[in-house]
Ligand binder design. Structure first.
Ligand SMILES: *Cc1c(COP(=O)(O)O)cnc(C)c1O
Length: 218
């Protein structure tokens, strides 16, 4: 299957309201252009250096919306802020606060998602539910960030029902926070190649797909 055929198939499976974000880490600029030609405008990368290089080659593609989905070291925060419209992987109060300060200084106000773990997962960054409620008052005070939603990555090895349940709980958490704070968490960035249909079923507004569009990564 070609990239175009993969995209067509996925588009046929999801409502038009769900944003298909193509994850292009390790993939070539040529692959990005092919997806672009087939209508994709949202692209995600997880490593800063690699992303900036590709963006340089794609300068003429002004209507691409760039999403950052990888863990951000503090010393890379400024570059991420300057080069991405969306940051899905805001995974700690410390990072949120430093992005907020940089946003104030540069007058760039990014859309961000807070990365959460509804199940314990030592291999992933992000807030667990209790920590997030504790940090919420401080997050509410970060006026230079557009905190628009939650992002989650499921632990490996869950059953279908566990996936559905965890996505549903992520949505419930976003609703509860929206009801009980000044944040408006409308976006749910959840669902990857192996679980996006389940994520969409439970209310994902953005799905992040790599392998199923571009093939296995090397
Ligand atoms: C790599 C990556 C994806 C895409 O994963 P696939 O399984 O290839 O679709 C999605 N989200 C994040 C945060 C990633 O790092």
């Amino acid at each position: 299957m070609t990239i175009a055929e993969n995209i067509e198939k996925i588009m046929g499976q999801i409502p038009a309201s769900v944003r298909l974000v193509a994850v292009t880490k390790t993939k070539s600029v040529t692959a990005i252009k092919e997806a672009y030609d087939y209508g994709i405008r949202d692209f995600a990368e997880s490593r800063v250096q690699e992303a900036l290089l590709k963006q340089e080659y794609l300068q003429d593609y002004q209507d691409i919306c760039w999403h950052f989905i990888g863990h951000i070291q503090t010393n890379k925060a400024k570059k991420v802020l300057e080069s991405f419209h969306w940051i899905h992987s805001v995974d700690s109060l410390k990072l949120a606060e430093s992005l907020d300060k940089l946003a104030a200084k540069t007058s760039i106000s990014p859309h961000v998602c807070l990365q959460v773990k509804l199940l314990p997962d030592p291999n992933k960054y992000g807030w667990d539910v209790i920590e997030l409620w504790q940090d919420l008052p401080k997050l509410e005070s970060l006026k230079n960030l557009k905190i628009d939603g939650l992002m989650t990555i499921l632990p490996l090895g869950l059953s279908k029902n566990e996936c559905l349940d965890t996505f549903a709980k992520t949505k419930e958490l976003a609703i509860k926070i929206t009801e009980n704070s000044s944040l408006q968490l409308k976006e749910l960035s959840m669902g990857m190649s192996n679980d996006y249909l389940l994520a969409v079923e439970k209310g994902a507004t953005m799905i992040r797909l790599g392998t199923i569009i571009f093939g296995e990564r090397d």
